[in-house]
Write a protein that binds this ligand. Structure first.
Ligand SMILES: NC(=O)c1ccc[n+]([C@@H]2O[C@H](COP(=O)([O-])OP(=O)(O)OC[C@H]3O[C@@H](n4cnc5c(N)ncnc54)[C@H](OP(=O)(O)O)[C@@H]3O)[C@@H](O)[C@H]2O)c1
Length: 297
């Protein structure tokens, strides 16, 4: 499996990671899919306390050498007070069945808790060895800078943001360039546009013009386009081994420059608003979300 260095660590991560939000209800298939990925060289698995999939990840990774894996989870904004961050992390460790997380991320910004308080808790967890890297998710450029400025000892390792062939807002807001300049990894979520690329026949036909040349599928080419971006790690979600097999088959491709240019041109035709934009409009609801309400990611 092709790997890339995860900035600021000496870890080499598989260029395709595994996302686990909204897995299908077939738990056995979900576990088989994650195991299939690991057996085929994937070492990067992303979950979150809010997904209710930490136990599935825990079950899937049982029996594999822990230090060969890179396990990421996230704390939800309702748990951003100091003691709550510590407790949420401990609960995640327990559900996953591990002593440490390779990456612990703030899932969404939360203006109602001072970021310094939250970051102090993240640094405490890092000092204690419970987390190896501190990450953020859905943070804007200013929010990233602020989060870094209140940290005393550690640096932000990654920002997990929506990024796909049809959603490239992070390139326009300065987030992508800032991450690159500061060696902050971009973890690309919803890299298949939350499945929307499969529903758009014209888009699929356009991507197929390229995928056909390489004997690959449109999903593989859409993921490979992200793998070709500097500093970027896509984490598609696949609920079953067949989807997983296809998705991880995106690793190792080398796209020609003219094909990358063609694919880069598709966003202007098929732009899809990021999920986060709708949630930003609804930020209070996101930050007050309690785990019994409808899911908001
Ligand atoms: N930090 C955040 O706020 C945030 C927000 C959103 C997502 N994420 C992370 O990013 C991960 C991926 O994003 P996502 O789940 O939103 O969307 P995604 O990976 O872009 O798309 C997932 C959808 O595509 C389908 N799919 C995957 N591979 C396929 C294939 N080869 N052929 C046909 N269909 C395929 C999946 O179906 P099946 O389920 O049937 O396989 C699912 O419906 C999440 O699981 C989560 O870990 C993070």
């Amino acid at each position: 499996m092709e790997t890339k260095e995860f900035n600021k660590t000496n870890k080499k991560l598989s260029v395709i990671g595994v996302g686990t939000w909204e897995l299908s209800s077939n738990r056995e298939d979900n576990i088989k899919a994650i195991k299939y990925a690991i057996d085929n060289g994937v070492n990067f698995i992303d979950t979150a306390e809010m997904y209710n999939t930490e136990d599935i990840v825990g079950e899937a990774i049982k029996g594999y050498e822990r230090e060969k894996l890179f396990i990421a989870s996230k704390v939800w904004p309702t748990h951003f007070k100091y003691e709550d961050v510590i407790k949420a992390c401990e609960a995640s460790l327990k559900k996953i069945g591990t002593d440490y997380l390779d990456l612990y991320q703030l899932h969404w910004p939360n203006k109602s808790v001072p970021i310094k308080e939250t970051m102090q808790a993240m640094e405490k967890l890092a000092e204690e060895g419970k987390i190896k890297n501190i990450g953020i998710s859905n943070f804007s450029l200013d929010e990233m800078k602020e989060a870094q400025s209140v940290m005393s000892k550690y640096e932000i390792a990654s920002n997990q943001v929506e990024y796909s062939i049809v959603t490239r807002d992070i390139e326009k807001t300065g987030v992508f360039d800032y991450c690159k300049e500061n060696k902050i990894a971009v973890i690309a979520y919803s890299p298949l546009s939350h499945g929307k690329i499969f529903n758009n026949k014209e888009l699929l036909a356009d991507i197929s013009k390229i995928s056909g040349k390489y004997g690959k599928t449109p999903a593989q080419v859409a993921l490979s386009w992200l793998v070709h971006r500097d500093n970027t790690f896509p984490i598609p979600k696949a609920s079953n081994p067949a989807h997983m097999k296809e998705d991880i088959g995106a690793a190792g491709m080398k796209l020609a420059k003219e094909d990358i240019d063609f694919l880069s041109g598709l966003e202007s035709k098929y732009y899809t608003e990021p999920i986060a934009k709708q949630h930003k409009k609804n930020e209070d609801k996101v930050n007050n979300y309690n785990f019994k309400e409808e899911k908001i990611n």
